[in-house]
Design a protein around this ligand. Structure first.
Ligand code: 5GP
Length: 211
């Protein structure tokens, strides 16, 4: 049981190789549970078919992105396969103040910047069941050129180096199982003493009377 009244929002970072189904996983998590807020990133890459400005990303120009950096409007940002990606600061800070868990689906350089600023953040890394499945999923998406796919697979080898920096790995073989694992990881984070400080202090004060 957690101390629900004083529940503090957790920053949850979700990373994983391109093509592991993180997007689908995130969508399902917020559809099934209403206590998670999903941060929408800004990016300079082009929208894929079906993507909408303000829903998957804020699609902006290089100049607009650089202006956001200058104004300190981003909590973190990184370059990925030739484009900028970054997390708008205000939304995440507002969610934290309201006690909501906020999920950032970002790559590893961004994950490191978040961990530095918020050591309590929970870092999750989503893995495919195998390298073959990863390649199949990326190609099966049918939305990217061969060159882009190869770039993303190369990038996966770099990202694989940093997996131990994460708190938990989630294997996305069966979507529902992976979703349950993700929910358990986030809910367990709420049980950590660092997120129950007020409750611990109160209990400490209250047990003083038994001295
Ligand atoms: P995609 O182009 O496939 O949507 O995303 C490419 C990579 O950028 C993914 O690994 C995704 O997690 C990451 N990404 C998306 N938004 C952000 C962000 O705001 N910051 C950082 N650092 N990475 C992001």
């Amino acid at each position: 049981m957690t101390n629900e009244n004083n529940r503090k929002g957790v920053i949850v970072v979700v990373s994983g190789f391109s093509g592991t189904g993180k997007g689908t996983l995130m969508k399902k998590l917020v559809e099934e549970y209403d206590n998670y807020a999903l941060s929408v990133s800004a990016t300079t890459r082009q929208p894929r078919p079906g993507e909408e400005n303000g829903r998957e990303y804020f699609f902006i120009s290089d100049e607009e992105f650089e202006k956001l950096i200058e104004e300190d409007g981003l909590l973190e940002h990184a370059g990925y396969c030739g484009h900028y990606y970054g997390t708008p600061r205000k939304y995440v800070e507002d969610c934290m103040n309201e006690g909501k868990d906020v999920i950032l689906e970002i790559e590893i350089q961004g994950a490191r910047q978040i961990k530095k600023q918020y050591p309590d953040a929970v870092l999750l890394f989503v893995m495919p069941p195998s390298a073959e499945v990863l390649e199949q999923r990326l190609r099966g998406r049918g939305t990217e050129t061969d060159e882009v796919i190869k770039g993303r697979l190369r990038r996966a080898t770099e990202e694989a180096e940093g997996i131990e920096e994460y708190d938990y790995i989630l294997i996305n073989d069966d979507l529902d199982t992976c979703l349950q694992d993700m929910r358990s990881a986030i809910e367990s984070a709420h049980l950590a003493p660092c997120r129950q400080k007020d409750f611990i202090e109160k209990i400490r004060r209250d047990v003083e009377q038994f001295k």
